[in-house]
Design a protein around this ligand. Structure first.
Ligand code: SF4
Ligand code: SF4
Length: 81
C-alpha cells in the first residue's frame, strides 16, 4: 500500500513544529536543523508560508510521519494513493 502526505491548512496555526521536525528538511537546511525557519527555498519537503503549512516538495519525503507526530492540531496526515 502506498501513501502520500496531505496537509490541512485550515487547521494549522503556523507553529512550525513540523518544519523543524522533518529529518529531510533538517538535512537540507542548517537553519532548520538549528530549530529555525529556513532563509531560502532549498527544496524543503514541508514549509510554513503566510502563516500556514504547505507541502513544498515531496520528492524526498520518506513518509516517516515525524511531522504528523509533531503537529499539535492534526493538520498533517498520510492518505492512501
Ligand atoms: S513524512 Fe517525514 S520526510 Fe515527509 S515531510 Fe513529514 S517528516 Fe518530512
Ligand atoms: S501543520 Fe501543525 S505542526 Fe505544522 S505549522 Fe501547522 S500547526 Fe504547526
Amino acid at each position: 500500500m502506498a501513501y502520500r502526505l496531505v496537509v490541512h491548512p485550515e487547521l494549522c496555526h503556523g507553529c512550525g513544529n513540523c518544519v523543524v521536525a522533518c529529518p529531510v528538511n533538517a538535512s537540507k537546511s542548517t537553519e532548520v536543523a538549528g530549530g529555525k525557519g529556513p532563509q531560502e527555498d532549498v527544496g524543503l519537503s514541508i514549509i510554513v508560508e503566510d502563516g500556514v503549512v504547505r507541502i513544498n516538495q515531496l520528492k524526498e519525503c520518506k513518509n516517516c510521519a515525524t511531522c504528523i507526530k509533531a503537529c499539535p492540531v492534526g493538520a498533517i496526515g498520510l492518505e492512501e494513493v
